[in-house]
Structures are given as structure tokens and as C-alpha cells.
Design a protein around this ligand. Structure first.
Ligand SMILES: [Cu+2]
Length: 148
């Protein structure tokens, strides 16, 4: 508010000076209104991280789909995947087939195994089971993480 008031005052002062100049045609002084600094508004980026919030949501891996297929959570929520099927599955990010960022491969996700991960950054996380699905079909799912 103070900044806006300052701008208005500066504009009014400049206008008054222009008026004064106009009344004196011999006065050739050029007015230069200083450029106001651009206000930079910082918004939450998708890479912003949030601490664990103690909330846990569950995703079941069945034979052969994930339930729920789409899960929406707030950043900081833990998601626990449980293999409730009778077959080995995996949870692999659609853009990271080695599960180097998050996820669990076959060896760690036999029947009854669980895998938990804290989704700390807002974004859309598409994943699938490489044995029984593709990133867009069959055994696949999405975690939508919103800012808290
Ligand atoms: Cu599977």
C-alpha cells in the first residue's frame, strides 16, 4: 500500500510539474519520471518441498491394478503402497523406469510387501507396474500432490 501511495504521489508531483512547465513555454526542462521497480511476486513452484505432515494414504496393488487409481493428497503426505495380490508387482514412475527417484522394483514388492514414500513436492506423479501395465494402461496410477 505504501508503494502504491508513493507511485501516486510521484505521478501527481510529475503532473503538477508538467502543468507548471506548460504554463511557461520558455522552460524547456525535460521531465524524467524515474522507472518504478517491477514488483516480483513469488508463487509456489512445483519443486517446492514441504515436510512430512504425518498423514498417510494407502494404495493397494491388486492383480492387476492399483486402487485407488488416482489419489489426490497434499504435499508432505506419506503414501503406503501394499501388494495385496498374489503376484509380484512394482511401482515405477512413468518417467523413471529404474525407480531411482521413488518407487519400488519387483524384488522389494512381493505379495504382502509395503512401500512408503513421502510426496513432498506438489505435482502429478504417474506410475505403473512394468510387469502388468504401461504408463497409460492396465496396471497404472496417478498421485496428484497439491500444495498444503
Ligand atoms: Cu503388476
Amino acid at each position: 500500500m505504501r508503494r502504491v501511495g508513493g507511485i501516486c504521489a510521484a505521478v501527481l508531483a510529475a503532473a503538477a510539474m508538467v502543468t507548471a512547465c506548460a504554463s511557461d513555454p520558455d522552460d524547456a526542462v525535460q521531465l524524467t519520471v524515474p522507472q518504478q521497480p517491477t514488483t516480483i511476486v513469488t508463487v509456489a513452484q512445483s519443486s517446492e518441498t514441504f515436510p512430512a505432515n504425518g498423514v498417510t494414504e494407502l494404495v493397494d496393488a491388486l492383480d492387476n491394478n492399483f486402487r485407488p487409481q488416482v489419489l489426490t493428497i497434499t504435499a508432505g503426505t506419506t503414501v503406503t503402497f501394499t501388494n495385496v495380490g498374489r503376484n509380484v508387482h512394482n511401482v515405477v514412475p512413468a518417467d523413471d523406469t529404474t525407480a531411482s527417484t521413488w518407487g519400488v522394483l519387483d524384488a522389494g514388492f512381493a505379495p504382502k510387501a509395503t512401500y512408503s514414500y513421502v510426496f513432498a513436492s506438489p505435482g502429478t506423479y504417474n506410475y505403473y507396474c512394468t510387469i502388468h501395465g504401461t504408463p497409460t494402461a492396465a496396471m497404472f496410477g496417478t498421485i496428484v500432490v497439491t500444495a498444503p
